[in-house]
Design a protein around this ligand. Structure first.
Ligand code: GLN
Length: 451
């Protein structure tokens, strides 16, 4: 009830929720109370959560914040959310996001932008919460839920967490089942939590993660007790600092924050080592080939026949065209065009195949660092703090917006886990984060180091 009141008071200004499931939340909470009264109950009994609109929730609004999925209510529940409910968590509602998880500012949602609860000192400008999980991050930061599910294909958990002073972890590819999560780029997509602090993130991920027969890319490795890693000493851990993340034009403040993080870990007894990830600079361009390619294929299913919106035409082909033209926003259309182009016969080898090869090189860079004994890698996570909604420079040039992801996409290309932790405020008084990148299935080390 307290959280529903917060939502009622705060959501008008923030636009974080696109659907609030008040009755269901109270029913679930009541069932939780009953289980607790009987001395039963799971790890998340009665904990009210928000769910990104990308996760299928049975009988409940699931539109990936797209017009093309108008009115879609799935007949099934995603594995990740099923896991949460099985542990006793309570659903408060569905959270706003960039349409089909494409974006870094939450401005491409059919439901309009999410407003970051943070404001710069002395300014009333509305800022973006980051994207694509902007609703999840804003709702957690503004106390409109205790934690939220999110997804990360190229930074969508970690960047919004950094922009809102929250914690977000993208686990290893295969750690959480992708079943029932609307697909963006299937070889990159992973679910993870956004939470108030590292401990909450550890508790949530433990519940979300599982092997799943319905997703053959999910991995059958025991999910450890992540919470046990919280507060463990980092003495003797080897933390790598990659030279290639000191990019040209990086603001002084981000660099200073990074140095401060390095010093903190040193003071705590970690061993700091300089490392090189030489193919880092190719990660962003390769990502923006691979992700649109997979997206163009995944989004072929929205044809006006099976789901959501249908706009009639004189024959079936025109109906497809009309439905897709009206249903997809401009950013999604741009990705479909780029993706179709790089997959087409004449260009496949030049772009898509090349990007896949680059991906292998990026993965090898990390493997070499870990082989040399590095336990985790510390980097910045965003090249700036939260920017203004409608920022003219970013809106005018999609490539500038894509550059927001320069620190975040590399680990998705390699399938590795990464966590974003609040690390300080910039001169405008806005939160900034730092990122830790881990070995495959090294989430516990990330929680340990992040905490
Ligand atoms: N900003 C990136 C993109 O638009 C990442 C999005 C994501 O992680 N879902 O592709």
């Amino acid at each position: 009830s307290a959280f529903l009141k917060n939502i009622e008071a705060g959501n008008g200004a923030l636009n974080a929720y696109v659907a609030v499931t008040a009755d269901k939340a109270l029913d679930m909470a009541k069932a939780s109370d009953e289980r607790l009264a009987k001395g039963e109950g799971g790890a998340l009994e009665g904990i009210p959560l928000g769910v990104k609109d990308l996760f299928a929730t049975k009988g409940i609004h699931t539109q990936a914040c797209s017009h093309v999925l108008d009115g879609f209510k799935p007949t099934y529940e995603s594995t990740v959310t099923s896991n949460l409910w099985a542990d006793g968590a309570v659903l408060l509602g569905k959270l706003n996001m960039d349409e089909f998880a494409m974006g870094s500012s939450n401005e491409s949602s059919y439901y309009g932008p999410v407003v970051n609860p943070w404001k710069a000192k002395g300014s009333d400008d509305k800022l973006v919460p980051g994207g694509s999980s902007g609703g999840s991050a804003a709702a957690v930061a503004a106390r409109l839920c205790m934690g939220a599910t999110a997804t990360d294909t190229g930074g969508s958990i970690r960047q919004p967490a950094a922009f809102t002073g929250t914690v977000g972890i993208k686990p290893t590819y295969g750690r959480c089942s992708r079943w029932g999560i609307v697909a963006y780029a299937s070889s990159l997509d992973q679910a993870g939590p956004i939470a108030h602090d590292v401990r909450d993130a550890a508790i949530l991920l433990k519940s979300m993660a599982s092997v799943d027969a319905k997703d053959t890319t999910s991995v059958d490795i025991e999910v450890p007790d992540y919470e046990a890693a919280i507060g463990q000493s980092v003495k003797g851990l080897k933390i790598g600092i990659p030279a290639e993340y000191r990019i040209e034009g990086m603001p002084e403040e981000i660099d200073a924050l990074w140095k401060q993080g390095i010093q903190m870990l040193k003071d705590a007894g970690a061993e700091i080592v300089d490392i090189s990830l030489p193919h880092t600079k190719y990660a962003l361009p390769a990502y923006y080939i691979v992700a649109p390619a997979e997206a163009s294929s995944n989004l072929a299913r929205y044809d006006g026949v099976r789901y959501g919106l249908r706009v009639p035409g004189k024959d079936i082909v025109e109906m497809y065209e009309n439905s897709r033209a009206a249903g997809f926003g401009l950013e999604v259309q741009r990705r479909i065009m780029v993706g179709t182009y790089v997959l087409s016969a004449g260009y496949y080898d030049a772009y898509y195949l090349k990007a896949q090869k680059v991906r292998t090189l990026i993965k090898r860079d990390f493997e070499q660092a870990f082989h040399a004994g590095v336990d985790a890698i510390l980097t910045p996570i965003t090249p700036s703090s939260a920017f203004a909604i409608g920022d003219k420079e970013l809106a005018a040039d999609p490539v500038k917006m894509y550059l927001q992801d320069v620190f975040s996409v590399t680990l998705n290309m390699a399938g590795l886990p990464g966590i974003s932790v609040p690390a300080g405020l910039d001169s405008k008084g806005l939160p900034l984060g730092l990122q830790l990148i881990g070995r495959p299935f090294g989430e516990s080390t990330l929680f340990q180091t992040a905490s």
